[in-house]
Design a protein around this ligand. Structure first.
Ligand code: GLU
Length: 373
C-alpha cells in the first residue's frame, strides 16, 4: 500500500522547513539547498511534477540584517522576510540552474486562497508553470501578511497548495523522522510508525504532545496539514530532510518517514475550500433535529432549526454550525447577515413571510454551500 502510493504519486508538493535550509548562526545553507535540489531533480524523473513550498526567508533575513535574535515585532519580522526571501530565491535559482531546471517564485497570503476567483487564478498560473516544466517555489507573502490574512505556518500553506494543484502527495521535509509510537526523547524504545491509515483523535493527541520539542511548527501542524489534505484524497509523507539520499529512496519504495493515508471519499474542491481554506466569521447553533437533517439526511439549513447566532457576519460569509453542546459539525456559506439570522431563528418559512416579508432565500445555508465535518 505504502509503496504503491509513493511510487505512483505523479504530482507532488514538497514542503521544506526553515531548519533544513537556514540557521540563525550561518543564515542560508546553500550546500543543503544544492543537496535537496539534486534529490528533487532525481525524483522528478519519470514524469513526476514537483512544486516546492519553502520556508527560511525570515531566518535567512535575520542573518543578512545582522540581528542577534528572532525578531518579536511584526515589521522587523517582515523586513527580515523581505531581505531573506530574495536570498532564498537566489539560492534555489542558482542551485536548480546547475541541473538545467527553471524555478519561479510564488508568494501567497490567505486572502489569495480565500477569494475563490484568486484561488482559481493561482491554480491556472501554477498549472501553466508546471506545463513549462518549471518548479514553482512557494512561500507565504510575509512582508504584507498581518494576522488576519496570514496562513500562519508553511505546513498549512503546503496543504493549501496541495489542494490548489490537485496533488497526489504532500511531502513535509523537516528535521524530524515522522510520527513515533511514543515521545522518543522520553522513551528510547519508541518506534517510528511507517503507515498511519487514519488520523484518529489519538494520533492528533500524540502529535500535539510532541509539538513543544520538535522544530518550528512541530508535529501538530504537520498532522493537521495531513488531515486537511487527506479530506481531499491526498496522502502525506513526513520525512527527515537532514538525512542525505532519503527522499529518493523512500519514493522508490524504501523505508523512512511516516505516510498518512487519505480518506476514501474525496471532497470536491469547492467543498474542501469552504471547509478548510475559509475561516468562519461566526457561528450558528442548531437544535438536534437540524443536526440530524443536515448530517444524516443531506438537507439545507432552515431558520426553524436555529437556536443561536454569534456574529457579526454578512450574507455570503463562511460560518460554523454548532450542535447544542457547542461542537462544530458543519461549515457553510450563509445566505443572510447575522442580524437577519437572529431575527429569523426558530421561525418557520410561513412565519418569516408574515413577520419579515418574503426572504430572498428559503435556506439559511443551502446544501450546496454546506460541508459536514
Ligand atoms: N514563511 C516563513 C519564512 O519563510 C516560514 C513560516 C514557517 O516556517 O512555517 O521564514
Amino acid at each position: 500500500m505504502r509503496d504503491e502510493i509513493l511510487k505512483s504519486a505523479r504530482r507532488v508538493v514538497v514542503k521544506i522547513g526553515s531548519s533544513l535550509v537556514s540557521s540563525k548562526e550561518s543564515g542560508l545553507r546553500p550546500e543543503r539547498i544544492d543537496r535537496l535540489a539534486d534529490e528533487i531533480a532525481a525524483i522528478r524523473s519519470n514524469g513526476r511534477e514537483i512544486l516546492l513550498v519553502s520556508s527560511g526567508a525570515i531566518v535567512s533575513g535575520i542573518k543578512k540584517l545582522g540581528l542577534k535574535e528572532y525578531p518579536k515585532s511584526l515589521p522587523v519580522k517582515q523586513a527580515a522576510a523581505a531581505v531573506g526571501q530574495s536570498r532564498l530565491m537566489w539560492a534555489y535559482e542558482k542551485s536548480f540552474e546547475r541541473l538545467g531546471i527553471k524555478v519561479a517564485q510564488i508568494l501567497l497570503t490567505h486572502h489569495d486562497l480565500a477569494d475563490r476567483r484568486r484561488f482559481l487564478n493561482a491554480r491556472h498560473t501554477l498549472a501553466a508553470l508546471i506545463g513549462f516544466g518549471v518548479i514553482p517555489v512557494i512561500n507565504e507573502n510575509d512582508t504584507v501578511a498581518v494576522d488576519e490574512i496570514r496562513v500562519g505556518d508553511n505546513d498549512s500553506l503546503a496543504a493549501d497548495v496541495a489542494h490548489l494543484v490537485d496533488a497526489d502527495l504532500l511531502i513535509i521535509l523537516s528535521d524530524i523522522n515522522g510520527l513515533f509510537t511514543e515521545d522518543p526523547r522520553i522513551n528510547p524504545s519508541a518506534t517510528l510508525i511507517p503507515l498511519i491509515p487514519e488520523i484518529t483523535e489519538e494520533v492528533e493527541k500524540r502529535a500535539g504532545m510532541s509539538s513543544t520539542f520538535e522544530g518550528t511548527g512541530g508535529m501538530a501542524t504537520k498532522v493537521r496539514a495531513a488531515k486537511k489534505v487527506g479530506e481531499y484524497g491526498v496522502a502525506s509523507l513526513i520525512l527527515n530532510g537532514q538525512e542525505a539520499g532519503l527522499l529518493p529512496i523512500v519514493l522508490s519504495g524504501g523505508d523512512g518517514g511516516s505516510l498518512f493515508l487519505p480518506k476514501g471519499r474525496r471532497m470536491t474542491s469547492r467543498k474542501h475550500w469552504i471547509a478548510f481554506t475559509l475561516r468562519p466569521r461566526g457561528q450558528i447553533t442548531v437544535d438536534r433535529g437540524a443536526v440530524e437533517a443536515l448530517a444524516q439526511r443531506g438537507k439545507s439549513l432552515l431558520a426553524s432549526g436555529i437556536v443561536g447566532v454569534h456574529g457579526p457576519f454578512e450574507a455570503g460569509d463562511p460560518v460554523s454550525c454548532l450542535d447544542q453542546d457547542g461542537k462544530e459539525f458543519a461549515k457553510g456559506l450563509v445566505n443572510f447577515s447575522s442580524d437577519m439570522v437572529a431575527r429569523m431563528k426558530g421561525l418557520k418559512t410561513t412565519e418569516i413571510q408574515q413577520h419579515l416579508g418574503l426572504p430572498e432565500y428559503e435556506e439559511v445555508i443551502h446544501r450546496d454551500n454546506l460541508v459536514i465535518l
